[in-house]
Design a protein around this ligand. Sequence first.
Ligand SMILES: Cc1ncc(COP(=O)(O)O)c(C=O)c1O
Length: 400
Amino acid sequence: MQGFPTRPEEIRTRSGECATSGWMLDPSLLHLNHGSFGAVPRVTREYQQALHNEMEASPVRWFLTVYGRLAAARRQIAVFLGTDPKYLALIPNASAGATVVMNAVHMRPGDNVIVTDHGYGAVVMGVKRHAAAHGATVTTVHIPLDADGGGAVARIRDAITDRTVAVVVDQISSATATLFPVADIVRAAHAEGVPVLVDGAHAPGLIAGDPASIGADWWIGNLHKFACAPRGSSVLVVRPDVAGELHPLIDSWNPAGPFPERFDVQGTLDYTGFLAAPRSFEYIADEFGWDAARDYMERLVEYGQWVIADAFGRATGEDHMVRLKSPPPAMRLIRLPGCLGRDRDSADALRLPILERCGAECAFTSFDGIGYIRISAHVYNTASDFERFAQICVPVLLTM
Ligand SMILES: Cc1ncc(COP(=O)(O)O)c(C=O)c1O
């Protein structure tokens, strides 16, 4: 294949160690799926463990003092995201954020919510359940994989009617690893008077600057993906005028409190993920620098995509590269051969056999009847991970 990108040299810590030494990932496995569940650095795990020990040593002291510590963590998280802590609520995950928002959208029979066919399955299922409960409908806008940003905006705008009560759109889609022009989509929907929920699950750590500053009414982001925070740490960032309508999923001791403090009080819960999240931000900043880390991930997935597509292409004689108009940093698609993974269930069903037979943690997705491998990378990945995938996993996938 022509145009092969340069093989990236592995990124190292400030003291010259391999980046993998900072994580607890099983070295006998290939980890090519940071985008699904993230991975937590060793220093953050140790800090969270120390917090757990503190909680177990004196539960009363812990739960009487944790809310002050959460407020401090919220401020640090807001600094990392470049946003205002007054409008940032701590939530357990992006799915919870979508449910919080749907609970606040006033839907009447005949109203309509717009989603796209790139939307995250679980979020879209939740939107459909809410809509059905109110007699409202959901319109799924088809956006072709090769559409440009302007095409995506136009398709969503064209689907808006006078009954549309919300648009739900992904900043970086999961199944199709596409970066959407969410600021333009928000502007187009607002011009029609329609509020927008932007699902920025993948954005924290991946999008430089303030990923939430796109004017959306509601924006959700997972800290437990590319920002490498412990799982169960996510945020909901809102416009000041809608903050008053939003309530946490769990009603607890502060239901009448102001936004965002009422989201901090969620009963007896493990809050340590939020408290430990800033450790991960600092670790990546200190050891690699966030800009250098993002640049490395981008070059690595670009290289990995070519290596894997080339390996498939040599066997099938076909072109397996997926050239998107707007891929995000750190994630890429490669087309699977034949009918492999052509729908969500069969794509998902490839994960365990590939883990068991090849020792590789990967994501397989589908869109429009075609199956894909979605590779993602973080600083602990190296070019040889993708070369090993091409050597070990591609031949197995070709026989499935
Ligand atoms: C685009 C998108 N939205 C929402 C989610 C849901 O995230 P969580 O499982 O943390 O709720 C994901 C998870 O991968 C995602 O990729």
